[in-house]
Design a protein around this ligand. Sequence first.
Ligand code: HEC
Ligand code: HEC
Length: 168
Amino acid sequence: MHSRVILAAFLGAALTAAPSMFSQQTSAPDATAAPGAAQAHEHHWPKPTNLKVLPKDTTPEQLHKIMDGIAGSLGVHCSFCHVQNAQTHHMDFASDAKPDKHIARIMMRMTGTINQQYMTQVNDPDATPEDKHVTCGTCHRGHQMPEHFVPPPEHHGPPMGNMPKPGL
Ligand code: HEC
Ligand code: HEC
């Protein structure tokens, strides 16, 4: 998997994952984000130093969009995956101390593979550009852990033609 392809998939994914977050971006810091994130919004983000999935030359602006998209898709703050420095109280985004950051890297690779190896084979004329790729939000839907889905019990009622009239 080429990291450049992953970047392209993620920039698309991030934009479709959390459009409302992007509209806020230029004005106020994101109110739903952790204090460290507010800081990151206000100040220029430093160049990333510890990227293992995204291309090393991902710009701070691209990273910003991707991280906002990921946090919004899971309904979590930045601190769900990133640690805060105990002394300075600044976020240490490069640190790999949190296990969820590790899981997120696996999920990023997985999502990139789904999009590049499988979704590209689907030629569905009904699909809009947003339909054509899976994002973190496709499964997570704003939850840190995807919700369990139990299909409703099989319907054994009368065929549609014999359905009771509305109001009965
Ligand atoms: C679900 C986990 C998760 C959340 C939530 C998350 N990140 Fe990240 N973040 C990652 C992962 C994984 C990487 C490393 C990506 C890689 O290895 O290519 C990363 C990398 C970064 C980096 C680059 C650090 C460096 O120097 O290498 C910054 C900056 C960053 N995130 C900021 C944020 C901000 C700000 C937020 C909140 C808006 C946020 N992240 C939310 C998982 C997360
Ligand atoms: C195809 C569905 C799917 C997609 C797409 C997906 N995830 Fe997940 N994710 C899961 C499932 C299922 C789990 C639970 C797996 C487990 O814990 O063993 C999970 C668990 C996680 C966890 C651990 C949560 C916790 O509370 O421990 C993180 C973090 C995570 N995903 C991040 C991401 C990120 C970031 C993306 C997008 C890059 C993403 N996921 C895309 C299905 C998905």
